[in-house]
Ligand binder design. Structure first.
Ligand SMILES: Nc1ncnc2c1ncn2[C@@H]1O[C@H](COP(=O)(O)OP(=O)(O)OP(=O)(O)O)[C@@H](O)[C@H]1O
Ligand SMILES: O=P(O)(O)OC[C@H]1O[C@H](OP(=O)(O)OP(=O)(O)O)[C@H](O)[C@@H]1O
Ligand SMILES: [Mg+2]
Length: 351
């Protein structure tokens, strides 16, 4: 007897993996009673360069929402499926700033950028928190050598007697909001920050190795920081620059998210409906990522008996016998109607 198995081994739905503190700190910057600027089209901001741009366009295409642009460097585009929508290609930080100013209504960017440039503004609503690319973490990293050789946790770092008002821990970061906030929340009192746009990992290079090697610090042009707060993905850049992450040193975990302006969703005609359509396509697409269809032959005296044996395995729970009892398949497409994230969004909007 031959039985066809079609289990789709489902990746579990990720829960919200981020530090909630990040988005709740500055309620005062909220402008909920302001009106949105008048215009006819809903605007979606997409990253204008790098992997975030290409991965975002790839995801939208896989969702049957391809973006049309006459020329690859053009800053405005359209999604033919969504006639009332305009796509604006922007730098990620500008997407967040323009969501807040009301110049765009929806955006796709890294959660790190929403947190850094959104600074807890309650107008920003995360509609989809896990688009499954741009995965990285914002982390504190310190040298592996010198006075940091035996420092392996944030607690160890905070307890070092070196740090005083005159001789603070020097941190280089491009995250000038989240970096200081994290250090303060973790009780590191004597800290100063410097900022740079890239290659931060070079900042501590052979800086302060030991109290007796202060001359190296002065002589080394790049010994300008003791630690950095920067994005880490594979960890290769840190490793190749002799830096290490420490226990308790993750500021936040990030991946691409769909973010919206609350004002726009509430006030702009068509914005909520377009969001619902985009969300539905994203959910449908992402739900199948990491799922596999398996076909197998099994011996048995009847289809029912084989099906019963399969279904008695706890690890295969979720399988469902369909048709004449011969085909066994998983209920994967559970979002025939609206998705859980849609109901969550309505709740956040008080609708
Ligand atoms: N190493 C990384 N791995 C995965 N995602 C990352 C990494 N670095 C950054 N990101 C995510 O991508 C976003 C944009 O990164 P970044 O500002 O470095 O862009 P870029 O340098 O223009 O492009 P890229 O480095 O992707 O070619 C970040 O805000 C973060 O969300
Ligand atoms: O842990 P890893 O996989 O090594 O990735 C981390 C590196 O990636 C990012 O820089 P990027 O290469 O994007 O350069 P950029 O700073 O110029 O954007 C980030 O700022 C780190 O330097
Ligand atoms: Mg980069």
């Amino acid at each position: 007897m031959s039985v066809m198995l079609q289990p789709c081994l489902s990746a579990s739905m990720p829960s919200f993996p981020f530090k909630r503190t990040v988005l709740v700190c500055c309620a005062s910057s909220q402008q909920s009673d302001a009106r949105v600027p008048e215009r006819t089209k809903v605007r979606l901001g997409l990253p204008s360069k790098g992997c975030m741009e290409s991965d975002t366009l790839r995801l939208l295409e896989a969702c049957q929402l391809p973006v049309n642009r006459e020329k690859p460097r053009q800053y405005v585009g359209q999604i033919p499926e969504l006639a009332d929508l305009e796509v604006w290609f922007q730098r990620p930080k500008d997407i967040v700033r323009r969501l807040i100013s009301g110049d765009i209504d929806l955006g796709i960017v890294g959660f790190d950028i929403v947190s850094e440039y959104g600074q807890g503004n309650e107008d920003l609503i995360i509609v989809h928190d896990a688009l499954k690319y741009g995965e990285c973490r914002l982390s504190l990293a310190i040298p592996k050598y010198g006075i940091f050789e035996n420092i392996n946790s944030l607690k160890d770092l905070a307890q070092m007697t070196q740090w005083t008002a005159e001789n603070p821990l020097r941190v280089a970061t491009g995250f000038t909001y989240l970096g200081p906030k994290f250090m303060k929340e973790n009780g590191l009192k004597y800290v100063t920050f410097s900022t740079a746009d890239g290659a931060l990992e070079a900042a501590p290079a052979r800086g302060r190795q030991s109290p007796t090697e202060e001359s190296i610090l002065l002589a080394s042009p790049m010994g300008v920081a003791d630690a950095i707060v920067d994005l880490v993905s594979s960890g290769t850049t840190l490793k190749e620059n002799d830096l290490k992450e420490i226990k308790g040193g993750i500021v936040l975990k990030s991946q691409a998210v769909l973010v919206a302006s609350r004002k726009a969703l509430m006030q702009r005609e068509g914005a909520l409906d377009i969001t619902r359509k985009i969300l539905k396509r994203l959910e449908k697409r992402l739900e199948t990522v990491g799922q596999f269809r398996v076909s197998a032959n099994m011996r048995g005296s009847s289809a029912e008996e084989v099906a019963e044996r399969i279904l008695s395995q706890p690890s295969l729970s979720g399988l469902q016998v369909v048709g004449n009892g011969v085909l066994v398949s998983l209920l994967t497409n559970i979002f025939n109607e609206e998705t859980p994230r849609w109901y969550k969004l309505l709740k956040k909007l008080g609708l």
